[in-house]
Write a protein that binds this ligand. Structure first.
Ligand code: UD1
Length: 423
């Protein structure tokens, strides 16, 4: 298994360019199945999850030309030749569920083995199913419990749907399906993440009629046909947030290019509370941890525009070493503290109680052998490795390959010493 060796780092300095957003490109690629025309997706990050989505679309009949060295993916699906997604692919990535809407809209049938992805909680999909049922889809009783989900529809018809929780995936699946349904769909308590706005922009360019994406009420007026488009994916706000924390934790001074400041507001606000200096220039965002002493702050994760759950573990890395105690409350996923055991191996002495973590702060961490327990926790242990004495050995780094493009190269460009050791 490949590993990263991370050395204690001098303050990070220089510039880093943020890649296209993983969580935007995946639904957009799935939405490309909604048309038989060619869709060209630019700023597609070269990630393992994008590779898996390419394979998944190909398995359903799409012609996919991925030139990820140029960050371009071309998708054309003249015909959907298969409505069953292969388990070997869906088990690798929870976002596989996103193809369900387009399959139903184009063929009236979808069979999806239950998705995999990061082990950060139960991650049920009853909200996706509730939304699809409201649009007229029949989902076989008990399907998904043991075997795959089996869904069929004769005619998709718009409806009003209230989501009990603003699930990102459910909002995306419903928007995609409703785009080709007859009549109007209104999603209330919809997720408001920027990636949903990017998906809606992509679909609207294709000819869909979607209003309100980015608010809690999304209205979709179904159309008969969607056409091909080209689209630039938004920058990855979680990758950006990870580099913001990396600068502060190492008392660095870096310029982050290709960042949308509105999308990282909660992270910016919390880093400023910790003492970071952050400002925009014509070239991007400057993040400085070398101006003031870095002190602790409390965080509570929430759906957007609250503090993102995907930034919880990277931010906790900072709290482990900043001055003073702090509390982190995780409200989005019920099992997202697996990184705490890894931080504690390095001397962080964090305690958890349910969805609450208590961090004493102010620790000098020691390099240790740690595991990337999920994608974001993987990034988080690299951050702790940058400030720990000696060498930190990070295993199971395939999680990091799923969601961060050229992670090591980007850190090296800022002066960090991280070596990747292949098997
Ligand atoms: C997406 C992101 C992921 C991020 C998460 C929350 C992608 C590809 N992934 O995941 O990086 O961490 O949003 O910001 O975009 N839930 C239910 N029932 C459902 C659906 C969800 O209870 O039917 C719960 C989940 O168990 C979880 C919470 O809602 O506790 C958030 O899930 P959701 O917003 O659906 O996240 P994903 O779309 O899986």
């Amino acid at each position: 298994m490949a590993k990263f060796l991370v050395q204690k780092s001098a303050p990070l300095k220089g510039e880093v360019e943020i890649s296209g957003a993983k969580n935007a490109v995946l639904p957009i690629m799935a939405a490309a199945l909604l048309t038989d025309d060619l869709c060209t997706i630019m700023e597609a990050p070269a990630l393992r999850d994008v590779d898996v989505m390419c394979e998944l679309l190909e398995s359903l009949g799409a012609e996919v030309n991925a030139r990820l060295d140029e960050n371009i993916v071309e998708i054309q699906t003249r015909e959907i030749t298969e409505y069953e997604a292969p388990f070997e692919l869906t088990k690798k990535m929870r976002a596989s569920i996103l193809v369900m809407g387009p399959l139903l809209a184009r063929t009236g049938k979808a069979i999806i083995p239950l998705p995999g992805g990061c082990a950060i909680g139960k991650r049920p999909i009853e909200l996706h199913l509730k939304g699809l049922r409201a649009l007229g889809v029949t989902i076989e009783e008990d399907s998904g419990n043991q075997g795959p989900l089996v869904a069929t529809v004769e005619r998709l018809v718009g409806n009003d749907i209230y989501l009990d929780f603003p699930s990102v995936g459910a909002t995306e699946v419903i928007i995609m399906t409703a785009a080709l349904a007859e009549g109007i769909t209104v999603i209330e308590n919809a997720a408001q993440e920027p990636e949903i706005v990017d998906l809606a922009n992509f679909l609207n360019k294709m000819g869909a009629r979607i209003k309100g994406a980015g608010t809690d009420t999304v209205k979709i007026e179904g159309v008969e046909r969607l056409h091909g488009v080209s689209h630039h994916v938004i920058p990855d706000r979680i990758e950006a947030g990870t580099f913001m924390v990396a600068s502060v934790i190492t008392k660095g001074n870096i310029l982050i290019r290709n960042i949308l400041p509105d999308h990282v507001k909660p992270v910016t606000a919390k880093l400023r509370e910790c003492g970071a200096e952050i400002y925009m220039t014509d070239d991007g965002m400057v993040v400085r941890g070398d101006v003031n002493p870095i002190i602790s702050t409390d965080i509570k994760t929430l759906p957007y525009p609250g503090f993102p759950t995907d930034m919880q573990s990277p931010f906790m890395a900072l709290l482990a070493v900043s001055k003073g105690p702090s509390v982190v409350i995780e409200t989005v996923f019920e099992n997202r503290f697996m990184h705490v055991a890894e931080f504690n191996r390095m001397g962080a002495n964090i305690k958890t109680d349910g969805n609450c973590a208590i961090i004493p702060g102010g620790k000098q961490l020691q390099g240790a052998q740690v595991v990337a327990t999920d994608l974001r926790a993987g990034a988080a242990v690299i951050l702790t490795g940058l400030v720990a004495e000696g060498t930190t050995e990070v295993s199971e780094i395939y999680h990091i390959d799923r969601g961060y493009e050229k992670f090591v190269d980007k850190f090296r460009g800022l002066g960090a010493t991280i070596i990747r050791i292949e098997d």
